[in-house]
Design a binder for this molecule. Structure first.
Ligand SMILES: Nc1ncnc2c1ncn2[C@@H]1O[C@H](COP(=O)(O)OP(=O)(O)OP(=O)(O)O)[C@@H](O)[C@H]1O
Length: 240
């Protein structure tokens, strides 16, 4: 079953102080089935993050369609969806993890993970138990659970970010270099979680500088340079 179809997607950025519009990506086409893990590759600046941010609608696409087959809203073009629909999808179906933690201030680590579940309609008790499980899985020191993450180390922030997104078991998870500054042990934990989510049916689109991390995990690779999807991973590089 197809879950996501990108048809002729394009995005340009206007640099106001230069009075210039710079095309970031154009005419991107691919589709993916439910439960697949697609790795996006291409050289720096080729527009990998732009695609992910446009699916999550942090960026508003300029051209084309991004048809998402939502469980609760039916077929929906994410390029045209209303803000209300996007908020609903982000709460219930689509997750996004980047290397940057962007969260409500004065909210503890534990509360952030719990809130992710509460906004999905989970009970307080389930939210508390599941949040603790997620924080334990990603080896967050319990001494940090009730602290504010603004003082956390880079790796701790990343692990919290991943815990917040994965605890919701999203239907579609977008991973924008979530392992960028993690040590080997933490990367393994992320890998384990991705494998678990895949088994539970989550569809994933990911960008990883660390190509080794993608090996054996991705089903297909979308190459920004050729605008094509392929199955083979061996010998793949991000140099485009
Ligand atoms: N908010 C923005 N405003 C202006 N230009 C942007 C913006 N976001 C991205 N760009 C530009 O769009 C192009 C694609 O950027 P993007 O971050 O998608 O590339 P990428 O393939 O993910 O790169 P990298 O591998 O270096 O992270 C780049 O030329 C970048 O400078």
């Amino acid at each position: 079953m197809t879950i996501l179809e990108v048809n002729g997607f394009g995005k340009a950025f206007t640099i106001h102080h230069l009075n210039k519009t710079i095309p970031a990506v154009g005419d991107i086409r691919f589709s993916m089935d439910a439960g697949e893990f697609i790795g996006v590759i291409g050289k720096s600046g080729s527009g990998k993050s732009t695609i992910l941010k446009s699916i999550y609608r942090t960026y508003l696409p300029d051209a084309g369609q991004i048809i998402y087959h939502s469980k609760q809203l039916g077929n929906i073009d994410l390029a045209q969806a209303t803000e209300r629909e996007m908020i609903f999808l982000r709460k219930h179906e689509i997750g996004y993890v980047s290397q940057f933690l962007n969260v409500m201030p004065r909210t503890t680590c534990r509360e952030l993970v719990q809130n992710a579940l509460l906004e999905m309609g989970e009970t307080r008790e389930t939210a508390r138990t599941e949040a603790e499980k997620a924080l334990t899985h990603f080896e967050m020191d319990p001494a940090l659970w009730d602290s504010y993450p603004n003082t956390f180390s880079g790796g701790e922030k990343l692990r919290l970010n991943i815990a917040m997104a994965t605890v919701k078991k999203p239907r579609l998870l977008l991973l924008d270099e979530p392992t960028a500054s993690l040590d080997q042990q933490s990367k393994l934990k992320v890998r384990e979680m991705i494998e678990k989510l895949k088994k539970q049916g989550t569809t994933l689109v990911g960008i990883f500088h660390d190509i080794e991390f993608m090996e054996g995990l991705c089903d297909k690779v979308f190459d920004m340079h050729t605008n094509k999807m392929s199955i083979a991973l061996e010998g793949v590089t991000n140099e485009g």
